[in-house]
Design a protein around this ligand. Structure first.
Ligand SMILES: *[C@@H]1O[C@H](CO)[C@@H](O)[C@H](O)[C@H]1NC(C)=O
Ligand SMILES: *[C@@H]1O[C@H](CO)[C@@H](O)[C@H](O)[C@H]1NC(C)=O
Ligand SMILES: CC(=O)N[C@H]1CO[C@H](CO)[C@@H](O)[C@@H]1O
Length: 441
């Protein structure tokens, strides 16, 4: 007797799976088409009109040259070329995927709306999964303080996966609101706004996450950020915590010929900029978590607390050749006085060849253990299997995960093997190793 409803439920589930539709978008498509494989749409915007929760839109390979006529709508100061406001559900995401084995590239150099910021994708919907395509050439047209973005997120429970945002003037990924979003295995590189504010590129981060209070639990995992004119990852002005897990930052603050541009921090872990009064700053300020991350030869700091008004969690990170590898500078909320970092929890971090290794850390006011600096261990080339930086831009694995190579991996004879503290992640040998990569022993 009890079984019947379950069977019924299964049947209904299967039916709805059968009725999930697949649509196609192609560079030579037409929005008067039905969106089938043989007769695809021209734009994702048109595909959104057709979809319902559970549907998949496949993006065929090739280059899509976007035009100003395709701007879907203007939202405040943004020209939103594609405006995704249709939501899926927890069990039925709406998916916009690269067609298997193909490489769709969305190219925006002709989209230069006067007096407006450009958002290639402005996403207010939730339960949307975007996967496997490239955004390039996004423009900035405003001379004063401004920015454009490849993706601006306002929805929740979205997945941004295997997206590549490059060679534009815009921030790669940018979040102001929305919870439980996952930014997975994405790359942002060679983005530089050379037009506004005298071309310093001081706003063009690879990834920016600045959640308003209530926008919780956003996670960046497996991402890479390099040669962006400002920072690799920036969480200034955060009302909530953000987690960075297994992300890499290198060469930020530089053009690809190493000409100096904007700030150039690998991970800018907080702060509130010019906001001064207590009420403008959340109390307590959220703690960020930055773990298993790698930061190499950024112009300024590898890992930076950026005048944050609370401590953060820094676990198992590796820094190499930054101006300062770990700069833990904090600020007192009440009188905006900069002070050496307090309340940081740091475990198993490793640094090598910074101009400075660790700055602005008030060790007595932090919870420190098993970091190279408190263990008083000085790294040398002999600790690492490879320091060949060309490995940083190696191609990703087929599933989108970070390339698995020897960069900054420890030699079996390294002094850092088994020097870590068990903080609940799996490890090999007697104890965890220092840094972002566990060795085989
Ligand atoms: C700021 O506040 C701290 C602690 O309350 C105090 O020690 C310090 O002197 C103050 N600094 C200034 C510039 O007022
Ligand atoms: C350091 O990172 C590796 C993964 O790359 C992990 O296996 C190891 O346990 C980490 N150390 C700690 C203390 O978590
Ligand atoms: C040893 C080394 O290469 N240090 C570099 C760290 O990064 C700064 C800023 O980019 C460079 O000036 C240093 O040469």
């Amino acid at each position: 007797m009890k079984r019947l409803p379950l069977l019924l439920l299964l049947a209904v589930c299967q039916l709805s799976a059968v009725f999930a539709n697949t649509y196609y978008v192609a560079p030579d498509g037409n929005n008067n088409n039905p969106g089938t494989k043989a007769e695809p749409f021209a734009t994702i915007q048109k595909a959104q009109d057709a979809v319902k929760p559970g549907d998949t839109v496949y993006l065929r390979g090739g280059t899509y040259h976007l035009t100003e006529a395709q701007i879907a709508r203007t939202e405040k100061i943004y020209a939103c070329v594609t405006f995704l406001d249709k939501s899926g559900t927890a069990n039925q995401y709406i998916s916009y995927f690269a067609y298997p084995g193909e490489k769709p590239v969305f190219e925006y150099s002709a989209v230069k709306p006067e007096g407006l910021r450009v958002a290639a994708f402005y996403v207010t919907g939730s339960y949307i999964h975007l996967k496997g395509f490239e955004i390039t050439g996004v423009q900035v047209t405003i001379k004063a303080h401004t920015q454009s973005e490849c993706f601006e997120n306002h929805g929740s429970n979205n997945i941004y996966e295997m997206l590549s945002m490059h060679d534009g003037m815009a921030i790669g990924f940018y979040l102001l609101e929305g919870s439980n979003n996952l930014i997975l295995n994405c790359d942002a590189y060679r983005n530089w706004d050379y037009f506004s504010e005298n071309g310093r590129g001081g706003n063009t981060d690879g990834f920016g996450c600045h959640p308003r209070p209530g926008s919780k639990n956003n996670i960046f995992r497996g991402c890479r950020s390099w040669f962006n004119s400002d920072d690799g990852y920036d969480v200034i002005s955060s009302g909530e915590s953000t987690t960075f897990d297994h992300c890499w930052a290198f060469y930020n603050g530089y053009a690809s010929d190493f000409k100096s541009e904007g700030d150039g921090n690998g991970f800018k872990g907080g702060g509130y900029g010019n906001k001064r009064t207590g009420s403008e700053i959340p109390d307590p300020a959220p703690r960020m978590t930055i773990q298993f991350c790698l930061s190499v030869h950024n112009k300024a700091n590898g890992f930076y607390s950026n005048h944050h008004t609370s401590g953060s969690n820094w676990y198992n990170n590796s820094a190499y050749r930054n101006s300062t590898n770990f700069n833990m500078l904090n600020r007192l909320k009440d009188n905006a006085t900069d002070v050496p970092g307090f309340d940081h929890k740091m475990r198993n971090n490793l640094g090598y060849k910074g101009n400075q290794e660790v700055q602005n850390l008030d060790a007595a006011k932090c919870d420190l253990a098993n970091n190279y600096f408190d263990l008083q261990l000085q790294a040398s080339d002999a600790d690492f299997i490879s320091l060949d930086e060309s490995l940083l831009t190696a191609p990703r694995n087929a599933d989108g995960s970070l390339p698995n190579n020897d960069f900054m991996k420890l030699k079996p004879t390294s002094q850092f093997i088994d020097k870590g503290q068990d903080i609940g992640f799996p490890f090999k040998g007697k104890a965890p190793d220092l840094g972002a990569f566990e060795s085989g022993k």
